[in-house]
Design a protein around this ligand. Structure first.
Ligand code: AMP
Length: 279
């Protein structure tokens, strides 16, 4: 497995693969990889001749008061996992390799980024769209893999690719959960024992909402109220948002029909966790 630190190394290797007529898949990550990331990489290895995983803690998608500095890292372990899955190359640039000191070009999206995480984190999706565009330009993959765990991100990337005519197939992958239901996340490592237990309220509220919809509930307000009440029953939980939105535009809906996204963001202590289900 190749470990590349520079844009030049990646470009040269991808060029060589292209000469051989090989297809390339890309899995963008921020590192501290777990089974969620592994599921994306496995699918990518299945569907492409070569797979590049980027491990880049992208500073531009963090707000000034967010957890960029404390975000967990273990690059050696990440590489071991990538290698065991059959990833061909890990791209691990320094921030300086990705952002020149006078960097000033951004990919901005309206509408879809005005709700949910985009509302709580106003510069987040500008950072995501910009770094993903850069990774697409550097790796020029045939396919790129994103988790449904970050449902708004997946919708935003799909829209960006459509709107900007990027010739890349976006492959969405289902949420991977712990045995007790908690969605796998690098940020779960922040939770102490008591908080880890309390964090189950997210997947429990998701399961409750999903059950209501399955049982025929069509009112977004009713589902939202039940999910909110469930989360509020946990003393360590503080709601950032509970929203039911159109699955494409990310705008709130009154009536649940396909495709609809129910998404939540909840603080457990100081840790902000997200979860969702799609209808
Ligand atoms: P991150 O390293 O958090 O930026 O995540 C990198 C990619 O892995 C994103 O496309 C995420 O949606 C995806 N991902 C993270 N956690 C999970 C999970 N539990 N299940 C599926 N995909 C995930």
């Amino acid at each position: 497995m190749i470990i590349a630190y520079t844009v030049k190394e990646v470009r040269e290797q991808v060029k060589a693969w292209r000469k051989e007529g090989l297809t390339v898949g890309l899995v963008p990550t921020m590192g501290y990889l777990h089974e969620g990331h592994a599921s994306l990489m496995r699918k990518a290895v299945e569907q492409n001749d070569r797979v590049v995983t980027s491990v880049f803690l992208n500073p531009t998608q963090f707000g000034p008061t967010e957890d960029l500095e404390s975000y967990p890292r273990d690059f050696d372990q990440d590489c071991r996992l990538c290698e065991s899955i059959g990833v061909s190359m890990v791209f691990h640039p320094e921030p300086e390799e990705m952002y020149a000191p006078d960097f000033c070009t951004w990919v901005n999206m309206d509408v879809l980024t005005g709700t949910l995480c985009g509302k709580s984190r106003p510069t987040h999706f500008r950072g995501v769209c910009t770094v993903v565009s850069k990774l697409f330009n550097i790796v020029t993959p045939d396919r790129a893999y994103f988790g449904q765990k970050d449902a708004q991100q997946l919708a935003v990337i799909r829209r960006m690719v459509r709107d900007l005519n990027m010739d890349i197939e976006i492959v969405g992958c289902p949420i991977v959960r712990e045995a007790d239901g908690l969605a796998k996340s690098s940020r779960n490592t922040y939770l102490n024992k008591e908080e880890r237990k309390a964090a189950l309220i997210l997947s429990q509220s998701i399961a409750l909402g999903q059950q209501m919809v399955q049982d025929g509930e069509k009112s977004a307000a009713a589902v939202k109220a039940a999910m909110t009440e469930k989360i509020n029953s946990e003393p360590l939980a503080r709601i950032d948002y509970v929203e039911i939105v159109d699955g494409l535009s990310m705008q709130p809906v009154e009536t649940i029909k396909e495709p609809t996204l129910a998404a939540i963001a909840v603080y457990i202590g100081k840790t902000r966790l997200i979860d969702n289900f799609i209808i």
